[in-house]
Design a binder for this molecule. Structure first.
Ligand SMILES: Nc1ncnc2c1ncn2[C@@H]1O[C@H](COP(=O)(O)OP(=O)(O)OP(=O)(O)O)[C@@H](O)[C@H]1O
Ligand SMILES: [Mg+2]
Length: 504
């Protein structure tokens, strides 16, 4: 064990019987976030966080987790004694496991010296909490360790929500104060070489595991920093799983696979967290292995399985406001990289124009996602992105361009019961006068609600037996499979009545 005990020999030899008053100790000697390894060492923590965790037999459910104030007082005292004792520069040289061991040793010793009365279980929790504060992301650690969480949303120090199985729920996780929360935000973003503070209060970053992070700090966030984490799923959902969850039918799965394989240009439309990226990832699964694919993303989330993939990521401007590489820069550059398919993680600005051009000029099978609530709205979103991008084009020309480029729009939705569905597979057909015509192949409709508030619904086919991409399907020898999938889909008319023998 090591420590800077020579500097402060009294810090340990000062047993105080419990309960111990929490020393008010501002900015304990911790190195700046960039110094430590494996994660940047503890940023100054005034007091240990009021981390909450599950009661012992149920360690995962942070919801119920709450400790007595006494626990937090003890933790503050032990934490401060630890900061006085430990040599953080030395600690930063250790690997994660050794550093954790080291902290555990010192903390155990402090607990003994200070005569703290605690059960073994409480001691274990204290050790874990303190290790998380010094080496990790403090109170966030138990949430980050869980695989079932899709999003973590911290709204200031005392409120944290998570999304599990499509439902947003409040947790008992809280930070000691806004300073500790900001320190943790700072620790996260400094790992990708960024900074978040009053002068640059908005920041995107990524955790080492790939999770997407957004921080917006005071004064913009009024009640303390808001931290949002989209947890990275190592095992991305596959189409089979979407079928299992009831997000699509097996027939719709086959149709999507064919759409992906036969190089239709696809837009995936959906609201926030509706499953767009997941769906895009699934669709790329049916791309042939000999195609050269270039992906452009703001934060690399896609996991393509093909051997010939180039992954590109945008870059925000540096602190001086320079060096930004936008999505548009990437998409334009793609065109010089001999792509066969271009995949844009999220189309949100003028890059819409370049993607449409790429789709139009021989890069069939390109794909992208965009935020909108219906296929029809997706068209107008595209239109306005192009218009706002400063392209002086008449609306009709933009619409013609959209019609000439996009073949299929797949709509993803998160319904009010938390379930995620693919609600439309829609073709972009052409123009009637000034209006873009769309043709639904499959739509999801809600037919009721069960006693538990779960929505009941069905995917229905609109009875189209020859979609506009039939020729393409024929070129790839997929017509039999397509015809089979379409005819096996249940057909109902728009009033919900089954349609005769259209099912074949
Ligand atoms: N059909 C589905 N069934 C259950 N969970 C799903 C489904 N699709 C996606 N998810 C989960 O929902 C979460 C959000 O998915 P995803 O990242 O694909 O959404 P998104 O629409 O791209 O979100 P954003 O708008 O933030 O980019 C992920 O945790 C993902 O695993
Ligand atoms: Mg996404």
């Amino acid at each position: 064990m090591f420590g800077k005990r020579t500097n402060d020999p009294s810090s340990l030899a000062n047993p105080a019987p419990k309960p111990v008053a929490a020393p008010k100790k501002a900015g304990a000697a911790a190195p700046p976030p960039t110094q430590a390894a494996p994660k940047p060492a503890a940023a100054p923590a005034q007091a240990p966080p009021a981390a909450s965790a599950a009661p012992k037999p149920e360690p995962e459910s942070e919801k119920q987790r709450s400790h007595s104030e006494e626990y937090y007082d003890v933790k503050t005292t032990v934490f401060n004694a630890l900061i006085d004792t430990i040599d953080l520069t030395q600690l930063s040289k250790l690997d994660a496991v050794a550093a954790r061991e080291e902290i555990r040793d010192i903390v155990s010793e402090i607990i003994q010296l200070k005569n703290v009365v605690m059960s073994i279980a409480e001691q274990e929790e204290l050790l874990e909490d303190i290790c998380n504060d010094v080496l990790g992301y403090g109170p966030l650690e138990p949430l980050l360790a869980r695989d079932d969480i899709a999003d973590i949303m911290v709204n200031g120090a005392s409120t944290t929500f998570i999304e599990v199985e499509g439902k947003v729920q409040k947790t008992g996780v809280r930070f000691a104060d806004n300073t500790q929360l900001m320190n943790i935000c700072q620790r996260i973003v400094s790992q990708v070489g960024r900074r978040v503070d009053e002068s640059s209060p908005i920041c995107d970053a990524r955790l080492p595991d790939g999770s997407r992070v957004n921080v917006i700090a005071p004064p913009l966030a009024i009640d303390g920093a808001a931290l949002t984490i989209r947890k990275f799923k190592k095992d991305k959902l596959k189409l089979e799983q979407l079928v299992k969850f009831g997000s699509i039918t097996p027939e719709a799965k086959a149709i999507l696979e064919i759409i992906g394989r036969v190089r239709c240009n696809v837009l995936i439309s959906g609201g926030t967290g509706s499953g767009k990226t997941t769906l895009l990832n699934c669709l790329t699964g049916s791309i042939d292995t000999d195609e050269r694919i270039i992906t452009c993303e703001d934060s690399a989330e896609l996991q393509l399985q093909q051997p010939h993939v180039v992954r590109l990521e945008t870059r925000p401007p540096n602190l001086e406001g320079e060096g930004e590489i936008t999505m548009r820069n990437l998409v334009k550059n793609c065109l010089r990289m001999r792509p066969e398919r271009i995949i844009v993680g999220e189309v949100r600005g003028p890059e819409a124009f370049d993607l449409l051009q790429a789709m139009n000029t021989g890069h069939d099978g390109s794909m992208g996602t965009l935020h909108s609530n219906s296929p029809r709205e997706a068209i107008s979103r595209l239109e306005s992105m192009i218009m706002m991008g400063g392209f002086a084009l008449p609306v009709t020309t933009i619409r013609e361009m959209i019609v000439g480029s996009v073949d299929v729009i797949v709509q993803a939705s998160r319904l009010r019961d938390g379930s995620r569905k693919i609600t439309h597979i829609t073709e972009v057909m052409g123009m009637e006068g000034e209006v873009v015509t769309l043709q639904n192949l499959i739509v999801y409709e809600i037919t009721g609600e069960d006693a538990n508030g779960k929505l009941i619904g069905r995917h229905r086919s609109t009875g189209i037996s020859r979609p506009a991409f039939w020729e393409r399907a024929s070129y790839y020898g997929e017509t039999d499979r397509l015809a089979e999938a379409l005819s096996a889909s249940e057909v109902y008319d728009e009033h919900g009545n089954p349609v005769g023998d259209a099912n074949g």
